[in-house]
Design a protein around this ligand. Structure first.
Ligand code: ZN
Length: 93
């Protein structure tokens, strides 16, 4: 749900059931998105509503701009592809 991508059959993911304003909803996220959220310290840097998909996308994009300013290849990627890309380069984060 963070990256907006599809969780494929057999792919690792996490599911949490939350109660918000009397409504129960499921939050499902890829393990890799969870990993990137922790790597980039998103939870500590997010206020109010918690981490949303929009916020997640911005953190991911900001990280690419901050750490890899010369990289053009990430421009046309979806958020999910950027997550994959960041994880492939996480030793530089
Ligand atoms: Zn994801």
């Amino acid at each position: 749900m963070y990256c907006g991508g599809v969780i494929h059959k057999g792919e690792k993911y996490q599911r949490s059931t939350n109660l918000y304003n009397g409504t129960v909803y499921d939050w499902v996220t890829h393990d890799k998105c969870e990993e990137i959220a922790e790597l980039l310290d998103m939870y500590r840097r997010t206020w109010d509503d918690g981490l949303t998909a929009d916020g997640f996308g911005e953190f991911v994009w900001d990280a690419i701009c901050d750490f890899f300013p010369d990289s053009d290849e990430a421009c046309d990627m979806s958020t999910e592809e950027r997550v994959d890309w960041l994880l492939a380069h996480k030793d530089k984060l």
